[in-house]
Design a protein around this ligand. Structure first.
Ligand code: SF4
Length: 477
């Protein structure tokens, strides 16, 4: 019987089995940011310990950094303090820091892949839930807590339980106007926000194989929203092409050997899975969330479900979501008026996300509706530079978007980018939890960047395929 990529990578990084039944696992790449690392460094100092392998850790500031005025000290003294502390910790513990001053900053899960640090067959950890993003390369990548950040710094290892593997297969081609974000929102809707607990998700089938690396990152980024600690896609030619030439990717003389290893860790054809599920790509339409978790979503042409369609156990949570969002069951999500549109985050803040929106804005000459505040926030300074060099940033600003500096921005709003009061935000981020975007009453509708742009233009939730004539494009092809 063959093995899955997860088993191969987990086993090859296992140092020993622990008495607890867990395994001590070597961490190949450790990513750090300003929010979950200060206490970990403080604990290391207190214990008189050094970082054991500092060259396996890399840090950025992303959550609290402002996306407008970045002159130091920052206007927010807490942001200044947190970033200054990260800078000091990186200096003291000899951890490489990708500094904004050198144009290297961005959201940690955008930076790792962009630099070529994220590679197939690695074990990757970060004190951040969306570390699953890196699974797009065929890595076993997961979020950890602050005390685990300390443990990884001190020992480069973690005690981990071995997960079961569910093969999530989506066959066929996504229809025009349906993107990676719709695919993952659909899967979370079908499998549930707790459905992946105890599993690593192996995403397989033509729908994933056809995605770009950036699309694959969008999918894996949200594995955790479906309860799976990690999600991955077996590496292939798309992966290798993306990695080649990136600063930390293997150099030409070592490439062949690296690729042979990466090929060897792909799941075997006869691998055994603890569970398998199958879906058809053609069944997927643009998705929009209506509730307070990423599984509470509906197709753009659908209606907010009736309470009676849920089990008795689920109903209180559904009622809570409806009350918070101010939505009536049975009404359409299409036509809900929005106040704010946000394109960015580690889910959808990469170059291709903005490129597709810019293409459609330019083609149709559409502008942001009066009264809508629209933010385009690149996931990294490199994405920002590329958007400026390509002129796409001007398409955004001409259309009425605010084009900002790189950071997490309104995804979690630990910076000045916040919703006000009960504002409703069309957002390309990954969480629609209560108060997630900076106002305790603020409301989030998750959707793809193209759907966010369409909502910004119409001033309400619409089907981007109609607004941007995407169906017509298919006919022209
Ligand atoms: S963009 Fe959002 S989800 Fe991603 S790391 Fe930042 S706050 Fe977390």
């Amino acid at each position: 019987m063959g093995k899955t990529l997860y088993e191969k990578v987990f086993e090859s990084h296992t140092v020993r089995r622990l008495d607890s039944g867990q395994y001590q696992v070597l961490v190949g790449l450790h990513l750090l940011h300003e929010v979950t690392s200060p206490q970990a460094f403080a604990m290391l100092r207190e214990a008189g310990l050094k970082a054991l392998y500092p060259n396996r850790s890399y840090a950025v500031c992303d959550h609290v950094i402002p996306t407008q005025n970045r002159s130091r000290p920052f206007a927010d003294p807490l942001a200044e303090e947190m970033i200054a502390e990260l800078e000091k910790n990186c200096r003291d513990f000899h951890v490489h820091y990708f500094a904004p001053e050198y144009g290297e900053q961005g959201v940690i899960h955008v930076i790792g892949p962009e630099k070529g640090l994220t590679q197939p067959g690695m074990t990757i950890c970060c004190g951040d839930s969306h570390t699953a993003t890196h699974g797009a390369f065929g890595a076993v990548a997961m979020g950890i807590g602050t005390s685990q950040v300390r443990d990884v710094l001190a020992s480069q290892t973690l005690p981990l339980a071995k997960l079961a593997v569910r093969r999530v297969e989506v066959n066929g081609k996504l229809r025009p106007g349906v993107y990676a974000k719709d695919l993952v929102l659909y899967l979370i809707n079908r499998l549930g926000v707790q459905g992946g607990v105890g599993y690593a998700y192996e995403y397989a089938g033509e729908a994933f194989e056809k995605l770009s690396m950036e699309g694959r990152m969008t999918v894996c980024n949200m594995a955790i929203e479906g309860g799976a600690l990690c999600g991955y896609i077996n590496p292939d030619a798309t992966t290798y092409q993306y990695l080649k030439g990136r600063p930390y990717a293997p150099k030409p003389h070592a490439w062949e050997q690296a690729q042979a290893y990466w090929d060897s860790i792909r799941s075997d054809a006869d691998a055994e899975y603890q569970d398998r599920v199958q879906f058809r790509a053609e069944d997927i339409a643009p998705m929009v969330t209506w509730g307070i978790n990423p599984g509470q979503s509906v197709r753009i042409d659908g209606r907010i479900p009736e309470l009676s369609s849920f089990s008795a156990q689920e109903r209180p949570m559904v009622q809570e979501a409806l009350d918070y969002m101010g939505f009536e069951p049975g009404t359409r999500v299409r036509g809900q008026k929005i106040d704010v549109a946000f394109i960015g985050s580690c889910t959808n803040g990469r170059f291709s996300d903005f490129e597709e929106v810019a293409r459609l804005l330019q083609k149709t000459g559409r502008k942001v509706a009066p009264g809508v505040r629209a933010l385009a926030v690149p996931g990294s300074q490199q994405v920002h530079r590329k958007l400026v060099e390509s002129g796409y940033h001007k398409i955004f600003t001409d259309a009425g978007f605010e084009f900002r500096e790189a950071g997490c921005s309104m995804c979690l709003a630990m910076n000045p980018d916040k919703l006000q009061g009960k504002e409703l935000c069309a957002s390309s981020s990954n969480r629609n939890f209560k108060g997630r975007q900076g106002s305790t009453r603020g409301r989030t509708l998750l959707m793809s960047p193209v759907m966010v742009a369409a909502a910004a233009v119409a001033g309400e939730v619409v089907d981007a395929r109609d607004l941007f004539d995407i169906a017509k494009e298919e006919e022209e092809v």
